[in-house]
Design a protein around this ligand. Sequence first.
Ligand code: GRF
Length: 191
Amino acid sequence: MKKLRLAVFISGRGSNMLSILEATKEPDFPAEIVVVVSNKVDAAGIQSAKENGISTEIVEHKHYKRREDFEDAIQERLKKYGIDMIILAGFMRILSESFVTQWPDQILNIHPSLLPEYKGTNTHQRAINDGKTESGCTVHFVTPELDEGPIILQKKVPILKGDTAETLAHRILEQEHIAYPEAIKRIASNL
Ligand code: GRF
């Protein structure tokens, strides 16, 4: 079985990246992480990737005036890895239409809400403020419109009395760690 070659893009902690990495250790998991890319040199996830022997590439957006140049630099770095799919896992830069269209149906994202509700940031606080009784996470294909692409799967999480954005984020993150490997497995198995 040829495994799907993944580039995981992160900006911080990288716990979703690690959950995917854990899943790829299953011998029959249909994908492998070949590189972790970060726009931040001090992203904790970069350290974890290195500790796990995964190649890393740092492309700091702050060194580029134009988004296109930043993205071109990423594309350039990716060339040598023969990537099949890009996995956005807490990557805090919006990718331009030109980047996204170069990877049709090949970029996935995880978002901490039940899309189409609460696109963008601060999702947990907004759900609590609106008096919602449930939230969750969504894995979806990335299209040029932010948090809009076709949904692959969602996991629901109840919002409990007394939940804060932090407690809710924590319980949703546990589901993210299940959802992302499951979605990748589904996509990779259907190719
Ligand atoms: C997750 O909550 C994810 O849904 C959002 O950013 C966070 C990343 O966390 N897009 P981590 O870096 O994977 O720990």
